[in-house]
Design a binder for this molecule. Structure first.
Ligand code: SF4
Length: 431
């Protein structure tokens, strides 16, 4: 790269332009920084560009090297596709009347060599959510086949009509295509109150949740009916409790336990996973004894105050999520954290130390380096962070953790049993 990409701006009507008087910068915490050439990659397939109303981009003057605002239009950011981790947030100054941004990630972007560039790294080689892999015609016929095969199953109806055909959920679409990870939402309620909850936003908030929460409690029979055939026939099969269209699955642990016991009577194939806030270690213990294979605990931080300020938990604490990770390892299962990466917070010195402690204490199997889908100013403001201190850089943090804990795997998706038991570097969905 001969020089940094140029800053992007929009005319507020959805048209994006480069400003070749300014180089693009990246944000970490509350501050803008120049970005190293190696931290830029071409925008991956499936990525989108967003204009950010009421915000002015921060760039570096190509002549003077000074940082200044772009007054030509609104700031622009990229929504990078799954399997990639953002290294910097888009850098901008927010105007007094700027609306809160919806629940997406806002990665730094620029223009170079006639194409969009973003600050990101591909962290996962599994192709299960590559947009090129989704054929709408096949998805529609797969949906019709499932609805016909399970005419009385409310969960299949929800997954096909809402998740697959309305929300275009990648996991529900893979289920319709009879492959890989199948989603199994089960809980209409939650025992946390995450500020950026994607399935429920209080009336008084100005932004919508990205999908509506399940409105019924499926039975174990409804769950077993479609998960057994999926585990028996799909390539690299996984069934995953805990999805974006529900509350907390551990609140439905008795039904899930009943389902797991019944599933394992029919097939030993594949992995049974739960994506959860990890709030109930006793329930996790019961599910492990029933046959649960892996757990993914979501967290915005390995630090208690930052975690509790965001999750606002009801009747559980940070200690419970740590205990849930330990329980899974105690039963020999696979444990991941669904780590919401926020440059400036995730790669701060304090977070690095806390993450090291969490890995040691829980014997963690994997870190899923996920992008935090939230308005940066809104998030930091709501958790009361005015100063983020020195930061290492997200890539640097990933290298340091890998150096100290080489057995801790990196990725973006729950691994299939073939990858857990086989060769982690090769046994997964690929072209
Ligand atoms: S744990 Fe999940 S469902 Fe519950 S409030 Fe948080 S994001 Fe929402």
């Amino acid at each position: 790269m001969k020089h940094s990409p140029y800053l992007l701006y929009s005319d507020g009507k959805g048209n994006i332009f480069e400003d070749d008087t300014l180089y693009a910068t990246g944000r970490a915490g509350w501050d803008a920084y120049p970005v190293e050439p190696d931290d830029w990659i071409p925008l991956p397939d499936g990525g989108s560009m967003y204009e950010l109303p009421g915000r002015r981009g921060i760039g570096i003057d190509v002549k003077t090297g000074e940082m200044r605002l772009c007054e030509k239009g609104w700031a622009v950011a990229a929504f990078i596709p799954p399997a990639h981790t953002g290294l910097f947030i888009a850098a901008y100054e927010t105007g007094p009347d700027a609306p809160t941004l919806p629940l997406f990630c806002y990665t730094a972007a620029g223009w170079y060599n006639n194409q969009f560039y973003v600050t990101a790294v591909r962290i996962e080689q599994d192709i299960r959510q590559e947009c090129a892999g989704y054929d709408d015609t096949k998805i529609k016929s797969g949906t019709a086949t499932l609805l016909e095969a399970y005419p009385h199953n409310r969960l299949v109806k929800h997954l096909m009509e809402n998740c697959c055909l309305t929300y275009s959920c990648p996991a529900a679409r893979n289920f319709a295509l009879a492959r890989w990870e199948c989603p199994v939402p089960s809980s209409p309620a939650c025992n946390a109150n995450c500020i950026g909850c994607i399935s429920f936003q209080p009336q008084e908030e100005s932004i919508p949740s990205t999908q509506d929460r399940l409105t019924f409690k499926p039975t174990a029979e409804e769950i077993v009916e479609f998960t057994v055939p999926h585990l028996q026939t799909a390539p690299y099969p996984i069934v995953s409790f805990g999805q974006g269209c529900e509350g907390e699955p551990l609140l439905m642990w008795e039904t899930i336990r009943e389902a797991i016991i019944e599933i394992r009577k029919h097939t030993a194939r594949g992995s049974i996973n739960i994506n959860t806030n990890g709030s109930k270690p006793d329930a996790v213990k019961a599910l492990c004894e029933a046959g649960l294979n892996s757990i993914r605990v979501s967290t915005n931080s390995a630090r208690r105050p930052i975690y509790e300020a965001y999750y606002r938990p009801n009747n559980y604490t940070f200690d419970d999520i740590v205990e849930s990770l330990k329980v899974m390892r105690h039963y020999g299962g696979w444990s991941s954290i669904n780590y919401f990466v926020f440059p400036g917070m995730t790669d701060s010195e304090d977070e690095y130390e806390a993450l090291r402690t969490l890995i040691k204490e829980t014997k963690l199997s994997m870190i899923q380096w996920r992008n935090f889908n939230i308005d940066p100013d809104w998030y930091l403001g709501r958790i009361g962070v005015t100063e983020t201190g020195d930061c290492l850089g997200v890539k640097q943090l990933q290298d340091l953790i890998h150096e100290e804990f080489p057995d801790v795997k990196y990725g973006y998706f729950n691994p299939p049993m073939e990858r857990i038991k086989g060769n982690y570097e090769t046994d997964f969905a690929h072209y």
